[in-house]
Design a protein around this ligand. Structure first.
Ligand code: SF4
Length: 430
């Protein structure tokens, strides 16, 4: 009888991709509305127009579209050398390797915004991530620094599932349910507000500003529990947006029963809930999700355990709750990195997060077997739009004294958004 190796059992052969167009250059679909191949553009979330998505002015100049990879990388290296410490390039964990190789810092969105603060001499911060990340970097950077998103079509489908108008309307509806003034909620006899809004970092600056103006706060996937504790010290309940899964997974781990976490669907009266449900609610979960992380399933975990007995499974908390429950551990990208770093040579680890990060971990730890739970490769298709061609273009422009694709958050949004970010920084675990 033939004994299959662990690699054969878990099928580490190159997998199929979730969409054939992923092999195309991103400028082939940049002008088309939507998020690109493999994204949630086909997801049937009714009425969620990408109203936070920015315009897509201009296309990558033809010269850069037709350059070969060698020439693009040569230009990027040359521009970096010319600009020196006037430039800092940030690369998100989920970014493609061809771009990450040029980054001065690699991390999650908040780590990167903070990393940029260590380079006050940098006049240009080139953020190889998605739109909300560049916005956060702009809010936290100095007035003199320019934040650049190489491809303006790099949005985030999850962030766009909660737009400012929908949240404002929901807040008014919620105020009517709980009987408070939406512009000036007052604490009750116990010193607590009826509701506090909490937004995930993966949201537009406008929503961070909404939280800043309404006594609310921002959270990341690393500190969501601490932030919810902060909120429950000040309020009876929380409106959590845009990611239902992070909200549900975090609140459940804190001991809040599922029946006290109704979904708020902004398309339905009272969010689709009865008045009684809402009176008992502790967390109102916005109807949003990440199209990458919702691909992970319990079946994939079961298969990994069958194929590789002893496998350790870690998933991101943007995955659906049954997946997080079935895994051995869950955590932010930073926590996943640390989990892998703390493993031993010979360990087998299945990871439920974006494929570029998983592949990079597998390359970084060749003495361990690290693989993605999803056998069908589906990168974050919006992040994927930052092709080296776009990076070369914006850097060449900087060398020529031009700032292209700048992300600039207006002061009337940046100031209250920073209030909500500062509250997050001040929140300490109990
Ligand atoms: S992985 Fe999901 S949440 Fe993160 S940027 Fe991509 S679409 Fe947005």
């Amino acid at each position: 009888m033939t004994t299959l190796s662990i690699h054969q059992r878990i099928n580490l052969a190159p997998a199929q991709t979730c969409h054939d167009s992923l092999a195309d250059d991103p400028w082939a679909f940049d002008a088309i509305p939507g998020y690109g191949p493999g994204s949630s553009q086909d997801d049937s979330v009714p009425g969620f127009a990408p109203t936070n998505a920015i315009a897509r002015p201009g296309q990558l100049p033809e010269a850069y579209r037709s350059m070969n990879d060698e020439e693009l990388h040569r230009r990027i290296r040359q521009a970096k050398a010319t600009l020196g410490d006037k430039l800092v390039i940030l690369g998100h964990f989920y970014q493609r390797d061809e771009v990450v190789q040029h980054a001065d810092f690699v991390g999650d969105s908040f780590q990167l915004a903070n990393a940029a603060l260590t380079r006050p001499q940098a006049e240009a911060i080139v953020f190889c991530g998605v739109h909300f990340m560049a916005e956060t970097a702009d809010i936290l950077s100095t007035a003199e620094q320019k934040v650049i998103l190489p491809n303006l079509a790099a949005g985030c489908s999850m962030a766009d599932m909660a737009d400012e108008d929908s949240v404002e309307t929901a807040w008014e509806d919620i105020a009517a349910v709980y009987g408070f003034d939406p512009e000036n909620p007052k604490p009750d006899a116990y010193g607590k507000l009826p509701v506090i809004p909490v937004t995930y970092m993966n949201s537009s600056a406008a929503l961070k500003a909404f939280c800043g103006r309404h006594g609310g706060i921002v959270c990341t996937s690393s500190n969501a529990a601490t932030v919810l504790e902060w909120a429950f010290e000040r309020a009876h309940r929380v409106l959590f947006f845009p990611d239902q899964h992070l909200g549900r997974n975090t609140a459940k781990a804190m001991g809040i029963p599922l029946e006290q976490m109704p979904m708020w669907n902004p398309r339905q009266p009272q969010g689709g809930n009865t008045a009684e449900d809402l009176q008992h609610a502790k967390v109102l979960l916005w109807h949003g999700f990440c199209s990458v992380h919702r691909r992970f399933t319990v079946d994939q975990i079961d298969k990994a355990r069958r194929d590789a007995p002893g496998v350790k499974v870690i998933v991101h908390p943007e995955c659906p709750m049954p997946v997080v429950d079935a895994a051995d551990a869950s955590g932010s990208t930073d926590a996943i990195q640390k989990f892998v770093a703390a493993s031993q040579p010979g360990d087998v680890i299945a990871v439920g997060t974006e494929i570029n990060m998983v592949n990079r971990l597998a390359a970084q730890y060749p003495d361990r077997t690290i693989f993605c739970l999803d056998p069908v490769i589906c990168p974050c298709s919006t992040m994927y739009r930052i092709h080296p061609g776009y990076l070369a273009w914006v850097l060449d422009d900087l060398v020529a004294g031009r700032v292209s694709n700048q992300i600039s958050v207006p002061e009337q949004i940046a100031a209250p958004a920073k209030v909500a970010l500062d509250r997050m920084l001040a929140a300490k675990p109990r």
